[in-house]
Design a protein around this ligand. Structure first.
Ligand code: FAD
Length: 298
């Protein structure tokens, strides 16, 4: 099913994100995770592409397994930073051949390695260029990334929003946000994009923080801000992994409950391949989810 149709049918749309196992682990090592996540009844599961050095070649295979073996809708991430135009065309064909109908189209993070040559003439420069290629090639439902606090490279937030509007105007069906820890920043962002005429569904990317190293990596990569309430939690429990995990999960649940009450189109949980934490979150919102879905509060 196309994810654009899913958003027309229900609210909230609940989705999970996983990443492929590292190259030296067998691909089957992710199956147990997918099975546990499937049991939580998500509307779709997405698979990252080449993020954080993991193997991009496994994304199509895992997305295909999600869809064709576990019967859950799949969203394959695709980036242009680490692939040439012809590689992109090959991946699009593989996705089509595997019955995958949904792509999250992004540029990808540019590696800090000084020898990394990007963009070169063989590549697409921005997510928008990739989106135009996907549209001209085949019939996929296309999602894109958005940044409630602005993209980390953006020197001007107004221009960043204009670039987002251009992306959406190139036939993007839905947006998934980068993680954020302050819902008020997200609500401000939603007001701004609404005024700009961005009307596609926006699903909120929520990351349960489970350890301090993960948190430091997130801040470094995304530049997202930490509100005082969350900073107090990090300060208090940073040296007690169990307590931090408990508090990080509770914080994510608190954020999600607020977003659902606000009327969010969807929640996208960055699972970090940890089904237990995702299960805890889903159990905590099971009655809310049932209430909202049954009442079709669209
Ligand atoms: P773009 O939309 O191309 O924007 C990148 C920067 O360029 C922005 O600062 C923008 O303002 C600027 N820009 C855009 N168009 C123009 C223009 N015409 N002129 C000048 N400037 C312009 N990364 C991975 O590698 N693999 C993944 O699987 C992955 N999954 C993700 C999932 C989500 C939900 C999110 C939010 C991010 C994900 N990322 C992933 C990270 C993402 O690839 C990075 O944030 C990347 O740096 C930007 O990608 P983008 O598609 O938003 O880029």
């Amino acid at each position: 099913m196309m994810i654009r149709d899913l958003f027309k049918e229900k609210k909230p749309v609940i989705s999970f994100e996983i990443f492929p196992p590292k190259k030296n682990y067998p691909i089957e090592s992710i199956y147990e995770t997918i099975e546990s996540l499937r049991d939580l009844n998500p509307d779709f599961i997405s698979v990252t592409y080449g993020a954080g050095g993991s193997s991009k070649n496994r994304t199509v295979e895992i997305a295909s397994t999600i869809k064709n073996k576990f019967n859950v809708e799949a969203l394959a991430h695709l980036t242009c930073v680490s692939s040439t135009k012809s590689e992109i065309d090959r991946v699009l064909k593989e996705l089509k051949d595997n019955n995958i109908e949904n792509i999250l189209a992004m540029r990808g993070d540019i590696p800090s390695d000084a020898d990394f040559d990007f963009p070169n003439p063989l590549q697409f420069k921005y997510a928008n260029d990739l989106i135009c290629r996907i549209n001209s090639n085949d019939n996929f439902s296309i999602g894109a990334a958005c940044y409630p606090e602005g993209h980390i490279e953006a020197t001007c937030k107004t221009d960043d929003l204009k670039h987002l509007k251009n992306k959406v105007d190139s036939s993007v069906d839905f947006l998934i946000t980068q993680m954020f820890f302050d819902n008020e920043l997200f609500y401000n962002f939603m007001e701004k994009i609404d005024l700009m005429g961005i009307k596609v569904p926006v699903t909120a990317g929520i990351m349960p923080v489970l350890n301090i190293n993960q948190m430091n990596r997130i801040i470094q990569l995304s530049g997202c801000s930490i509100p005082p309430k969350f900073q107090r939690i990090l300060n208090k429990y940073e040296h007690n992994p169990e307590a931090l995990k408990e508090a990080g999960t509770a914080y994510a649940i608190d954020q999600i409950i607020d977003l659902l009450s606000w009327g969010i189109d969807g929640i996208h949980i960055y699972t970090m391949n940890k089904p237990d934490t995702t299960k805890e979150i889903m159990n905590s919102i099971s009655n809310i989810r049932k209430f909202l879905t049954e009442d079709k509060v669209i």
